[in-house]
Design a protein around this ligand. Sequence first.
Ligand code: ISE
Length: 326
Amino acid sequence: MESPKRTCETIANVDVTAVCDIVPGKAQKALDDLGLEAKDYSDYHDLVKDPDVDVVVCTASNEAHYEVVMAALKEGKFTFCEKPLALDAKQCMDIIEEEKKQGRRMLQVGFMRHYAPEYVQMKKMIDDGVIGQPLMIDERHYNQTQPEEYDSTRSIIETAIHEIDLNHWLISDDYKNIRVFSPLQTRHVQNKDIKDPQIVMMETKKGINIYLQVFVRCQYGYDIKCDVIGEEGVLELPTVPQVATRLDAQYSTKILTDWKARFESAYDIEFRDFIDHVSQGNSPEGPSAWDGYIAAVTADAALVSLENDGEKQDLDFPERPEFYKD
Ligand code: ISE
């Protein structure tokens, strides 16, 4: 008899043994689409307790991250959780306390841009002093039309969270304060309470200024920009190479519309790195619960600012605990 197909084709050493989704039939459909066979649980508690499951990957909606991650850690399972780690800093701190009970790192957060080759190169160039001291960062995070329920909070905790997490890593500096403004609202928002676009401004301890435009109902595509302006020059994040067309008196290149396609290689490299570690029984080394916590503290302050017409919110972070030091 043919054995069930469980192996993941993109990442070595992964057998999908069980899946779970709150919506009946959804996980099974994903298995069918991928031609995989696995147990289909309706309750994630059963999945995390299953002795055949060594590693839990949580890609549930933001609201469910906390409970799933806590349950997986309580079972002593290595866990990968999509960003944001949880809904706020308090929940992230609870997760940290739970992870510490295991005596070593068990969790990685899906801040995949740390693995995007273009950001890795940018960080190395900044560290090597190629542009001298960075002075400013100018960024854009545009998404093509999100559903109506994608509210102002999600623009921060689900979208801007990438840059919030990434910038302090890129320039090796901590944030001092954050402000969020809402300019004229796009007509593509039906619910008048939703603030879209938003402008996030951050200042670091050294005085580096960061200016990020977040726009989740951009009509033309998915567009990510990151320019780091230094004393000696500028670093510009490249876009994904697309074949250029010269046709009918026009020269054009495509703009991608899907964030999964824009960062496809980063997702694969990220997950391969996580699996390379945990499949050997080793702790993951990618973005940690502490990184998730720092991002959540910053996002919490951003939301307060947004609700208070861009009022500056000072940020103060505890020192990175020994447990999370490299
Ligand atoms: C989505 O969850 C992501 O993680 C994407 O990278 C981001 O661009 C998008 O705004 C989020 O909704």
